[in-house]
Write a protein that binds this ligand. Structure first.
Ligand code: ADP
Ligand code: MG
Length: 676
């Protein structure tokens, strides 16, 4: 038997059990060994009822009385009296009516749970119950509890693990010895043994530390290797042309902020190197990323190279094209727009111009990565709102060049530093941490759904003084199963009643793209007072004259999303307002209170990380693929340790053949996270 042995070859696992494991993604002995317990039950210390005290507790008792009653819709409570030779206590389960059938037999069980004060009395809350006669021979220990696998009892999983124990004790070390020593870590086999068969609960932490460190080390080593690979590529050298840059900056209708200047300088310096740039430009909403990209594109064009700028929506691509024409046309640089709705003749013409090099800057959506799009000399790629794109889409675009182009990925979703180090480890980062001068912080207020009238008066006043407003709803159509407001119904309601005298537009993702463009254009040029929209305006849309945004059912949105939506206003020197309308008049969530309190995207990202974990922030799909079992991407200290070791390891030469498992994992992460 070895790590690649199929699970159904193990004693005690037949075909059916094997299939059940397979359904949970566990196929080989190696998979099962790394299937780590979710928590533990402490059977090393079984309490007599007479000695019981508040806290996590295991007792050995029989169930004397048990019954279930409905309390309210969706809640059924089962209560039981448990007894041993020393006394009786009460146990309670929520929504586990099957406990009745399970416990009525009168057999002896181990009950493990929290003994706490609840409903005016001390009770054992939601204890697990394990039949004493089913338990392994020695029960006087700490037992692992595994994530449940459909059709399989925990006891069986424990038993099979027991079969694997000899194999586990012979597992080779997977980390370099010097790192184990430097970081004072448990060995691999000891960590795995401890987690499956702990003899002391205190050792579990140390074992988790070791495996968590290893996961982060693998991930960070992958980004070190990606950096090294990138450094071996030869890209396009774009020399710094001071007069060109000075001319560009001089023609701007505003002065650049300090951080825009620094970011632009970072890029200019990267351009001068012969290895391709790999840079992330992080800037809060409205911090002015587009002009930084425009400045860089200007440099590229002047050295005879083309730039491709990819944006996630047609609306945004259209808007960028407009902005860039304004910035670049006076410099003699041509800009083209390629989206799915550019068809027929104009499309062919544009494709020809791109291929012959007549167009310097091409702005577009995913349409840019189609095979038909061929560049003459693509030297610079900008990906706006980069988290909206998959790794493959980015790579497709980069492949359209003879040499690896310089890459600037831009994001308005600031991520905490710890997270940036791990998931964007191979990127250099520039940050726009200030807003253009003269901006006033947006005033944000949580608003009760019962006092909309007052709110509409405030908005009408803004419109009266020449400003514009957004009203955001979650749904496109009314939906009987969802009480949230829809844009269509809200559009009709507002137009027919309260805002009869105002010009209102409707925008949502299912509209034809020509219609979308038209509405967006009307709003941007001030022909509409109010835009009722879904979250299609969430990213990037820039209408500086808009100063109010109402977000209906705001409790249904995530923190990052609310912050993005709010970022549609506050883009000029006018005072702007954001009103968050709760679905009910109940008290607002912590999330809403945080967003009411702060305008700082980086702070909110930290809060989000604490409230929801890193998965949601990084993007569900990618985080899922990272598949970190133990390590937390919020564990800054551990990340710093792992990063130091990864840098050290990558900078000296190693024979990766010596580290089989490490090499395989690192390779996997390299492919997953690379932007090359
Ligand atoms: P984001 O970083 O959210 O993509 P944009 O690039 O859309 O921001 O810029 C937001 C608005 O700020 C635009 O209207 C842009 O013209 C304006 N802007 C950018 N930089 C400055 C600046 N330094 N001073 C004043 N306004 C600026
Ligand atoms: Mg933007």
């Amino acid at each position: 038997m070895n790590l690649t042995t199929s699970l159904d070859k193990i004693k005690g696992v037949g075909e059916i059990t094997g299939r059940q494991f397979a359904q949970a993604g566990l196929h080989t002995v190696g998979d099962l060994i790394e299937f780590l317990p979710r928590t533990y039950e402490d059977y090393s210390n079984i309490f007599k009822i007479i000695d019981i005290r508040p806290g996590k507790m295991t007792i050995r008792a029989k169930c004397e009385k048990i019954s279930t009653r409905p309390v309210r819709r969706g809640l059924r409570i089962t209560t039981a009296t448990l007894a041993d030779s020393t006394g009786k206590i009460q146990a309670v389960w929520f929504n586990q009516p099957y406990r009745e059938t399970q416990l009525k037999s009168g057999d002896e069980f181990f009950f493990s749970g929290e003994f706490e004060f609840n409903y005016n009395r001390y009770q054992l809350t939601n204890p697990s119950a394990e039949l004493v006669k089913d338990m392994p021979i020695q029960t006087d220990r700490i037992l692992p509890v595994y994530r449940s696998i459909k059709g399989l009892k925990t006891q069986l999983v424990r038993k099979i693990m027991n079969e694997l124990r000899p194999l586990i004790s012979m597992l080779p070390e997977t980390l370099p010895a010097s790192i184990i020593e430097d970081e004072n870590l448990m060995s691999y086999k000891e960590a795995i043994l401890t987690l499956h068969f702990p003899d002391e609960i205190n050792k579990v932490e140390k074992a988790r530390e070791r495996l968590g460190f290893e996961e982060l080390f693998q991930l960070l080593l992958a980004s070190q290797f990606n950096r090294q690979d990138n450094a071996r590529l030869s890209g396009w050298r774009i020399p710094f042309d001071q007069p060109v840059v000075a001319n560009f900056v001089q023609k701007l209708p505003f002065t650049l902020t300090n951080s825009q200047r620094v970011a632009a300088w970072d890029i200019i310096q990267d351009f001068e190197k012969s290895i391709p740039m790999n840079r992330l430009l992080q800037g809060d909403v409205g911090s002015g990323k587009t002009v930084v990209a425009g400045l860089a594109a200007c440099q590229a064009a002047h050295s005879g190279l083309q730039t491709a700028i990819m944006a996630p929506t047609e609306i945004l691509a259209g808007q960028h094209a407009e902005t860039l024409v304004k910035l670049l046309a006076p410099m003699g640089i041509s800009v083209g727009l390629l989206t799915g709705s550019v068809k027929g003749k104009p499309r062919n013409l544009l494709l020809n111009q791109i291929e012959s090099g007549m167009v310097d800057v091409v702005v577009g959506t995913h349409a840019l990565i189609q095979d038909a799009v061929k560049f003459a000399r693509l030297g610079f790629v900008v990906i706006d709102e980069q988290h909206r794109f998959g790794v493959n889409q980015r790579q497709e675009l980069l492949k359209k060049s003879a040499h690896m182009p310089h890459l600037l990925a831009m994001t308005a979703t600031p991520i905490p530093r710890s997270l940036a180090l791990t998931v964007y480890g191979e990127l250099d980062i520039s940050v726009l941490n200030e807003l253009p001068a003269g901006r006033k912080p947006i005033l944000t207020k949580i608003w009760s759904p019962n006092s909309r009238d007052e709110l509409y008066k405030i908005i009408d006043k803004q419109i009266e003084s020449g400003r514009q407003a957004y009203v955001i709803c979650r749904l496109i159509d009314d939906n009987p199963d969802n009480e949230a407001k829809s844009v269509k119904a809200e559009y009709v309601r507002l137009q027919n009643s309260i805002f009869k005298h105002r010009r209102i537009g409707l925008l949502h993702g299912k509209m034809k793209s020509d219609d979308k463009d038209m509405v967006m254009h009307q709003f941007a040029s001030g022909q509409l007072d109010i835009l009722v929209s879904t979250t299609v305006v969430e990213v990037g849309v820039d209408v500086p004259n808009a100063t109010v945004i109402i977000i209906e059912n705001s409790d249904h949105f995530g923190l990052a999303q609310l912050h993005q939506l709010r970022g549609r206003v506050g883009r000029s020197s006018y005072q702007s307002y954001c009103y968050l309308i709760n679905s009910t008049s109940a008290s607002p969530s912590k999330r809403l209170k945080e967003i009411e309190k702060s305008n700082d995207g980086f702070y909110l990202a930290e809060v989000d990380l604490k409230l929801r974990g890193p998965g949601e922030i990084y993007g569900r799909a990618q985080h899922g693929a990272l598949n970190l079992q133990i390590a937390s991407l919020a564990d800054t200290k551990m990340i710093v340790r792992a990063k130091r070791q990864a840098e050290k390891f990558a900078s000296s030469s190693h024979d990766m053949l010596k580290y089989n498992q490490l090499a395989a994992r690192v390779n996997y992460y390299q492919r997953l996270t690379t932007l090359n």
